[in-house]
Design a protein around this ligand. Structure first.
Ligand code: FAD
Ligand code: GLY
Length: 365
């Protein structure tokens, strides 16, 4: 029997699940296909920070896209709870980007001045900073405070988006490897998988860092590369930090239940998910120099994930110019959790023919 859908989405990470969620909400017949299990790759590893000023530079279109996406979280968390019953552990706990030198302080004061209006971000002098976060090392030059940045559980968010998609009528096929496309002249008509062939008007590749292997089947000139990141988590009695603390090379994210998540290393051009002593040592060194009381924390676990990065350094979200019925959404690099809600909306709009969003053309250039 031929299996025909409105859309096939390849990849059950946060990006594929967010697209499935938005499309199924609009009544589309969607099949989400995942090689492993949902939220098994980068979306499992992510720290879940929703930081618009920490890793994105300037006041450009990607910053505005990120801000729009972050601001969708309060209602998304409510909707996902209502539809799937799952709690994505969204908290608006704020973010502090630390300056460790006077030069970094200068740069951050400048960032505060160019941030868009209504963002209420502000520079904290060392004294004010210590009144906010008294356990921080006194060896810092101040920090940029972004009150509206929060964090979520990235794996729970991905699972909840998948589960809500199902409740809205989407089908999900886990442990199903998509290994090729079906074509008719210049149109993609479906995919070939380890569980058989599936047909659809639209196929969306959201395979994270692995997207390019699939796109290679079509000889598409799509340039991306993997960037491995290692993290670890600990438990502390009581709260030694309220807000997420971010600095070059290290961040500390307070999670529910007294957990602190500490990340992340950066190793480009490898798909190897091994956790190394060297990687963990560099994180531990930086983290304890920012928050000395961490030396007494109880070890929980360590893990690694592979971020999808593009050569242009911005996510690719758009239609293939060569192949009709084919779209791609990947390359969210360090910000896939932050950008997932808006990516779902933009891709669902694109599939419906609303291609005019100015930010979409920016990110697909
Ligand atoms: P993935 O989550 O990797 O999902 C892609 C899926 O596609 C995989 O499950 C894979 O199995 C599947 N797939 C691939 N090929 C096929 C195929 N042929 N057939 C079927 N399935 C296929 N972002 C933030 O915004 N905030 C953070 O705090 C943050 N912290 C991070 C910390 C670390 C250590 C790492 C590694 C990343 C972090 N990120 C963060 C980035 C974020 O995790 C990624 O940008 C995001 O998860 C990418 O989602 P994705 O769905 O594109 O990829
Ligand atoms: N955004 C955090 C990371 O990618 O490590």
């Amino acid at each position: 029997m031929i299996k025909q859908y409105d859309a096939l989405i390849v990849g059950g990470g946060v990006i594929g699940c967010s697209i499935a969620y938005q499309m199924s909400k609009r009544g589309k017949k969607v099949l989400l296909i995942e090689k492993d299990r949902l939220a098994g790759k980068a979306s499992q590893a992510a720290a879940g920070m929703l930081g618009v000023q920490t890793e994105l530079k300037g006041n450009g279109p990607l910053y505005h896209l990120a801000k729009e996406s972050r601001d969708m979280y309060p209602s998304l968390a409510r909707d996902l709870k209502e539809i799937s019953g799952m709690d994505i552990e969204y908290v608006e706990n704020g973010m502090i980007k630390l300056a460790r030198t006077e030069e970094e302080a200068q740069e951050l004061v400048e960032t505060a001045s160019i941030a868009s209006r209504g963002e209420q971000i502000r520079w904290l002098s060392p004294n004010t900073l210590f009144s906010y976060e008294p356990h921080l090392s006194k060896d810092v030059a101040g920090g940029l405070y972004i009150p509206k940045d929060g964090n979520v559980s990235a794996p729970k968010l991905t699972q909840a988006l998948g589960s809500a998609s199902k409740m809205q009528g989407a089908e999900i096929s886990e442990y199903t490897d998509v290994y090729d496309f079906m074509k008719e002249r210049n149109k993609i008509t479906g995919v070939r998988t380890s569980k058989g062939d599936f047909y659809a008007d639209e196929t969306i590749v959201a395979g994270g860092a692995w997207s390019r292997f699939l796109l290679d089947r079509l000889e598409m000139k799509f340039k991306s590369f993997p960037v491995k990141g290692e993290c670890f988590s600990v438990k502390v009695p009581g709260k030694i930090v309220e807000r997420t603390i971010f600095t070059e090379g290290c961040y500390i994210v307070p999670k529910v239940g007294g957990r602190l998540l500490i990340g992340a290393t950066e190793h480009p051009h490898t798909f190897d998910e091994t956790i190394t002593i060297g990687g963990l040592m560099s994180l531990m060194h930086l983290a304890t120099s920012i928050l000395p009381e961490l030396v007494d924390a109880k070890w929980e676990k360590a893990w690694a994930g592979i971020r999808p990065q593009t050569e242009q350094g911005v996510p690719f979200m758009g239609r293939s110019e060569e192949w009709k019925g084919l779209s791609i959404a990947t390359g969210h690099y360090r910000n896939g959790i932050l950008l997932a809600p808006i990516t779902g909306v933009l891709m669902a709009d694109l599939i419906e023919g609303k291609e005019s969003h100015p930010l979409l053309s920016y990110v697909r250039r």
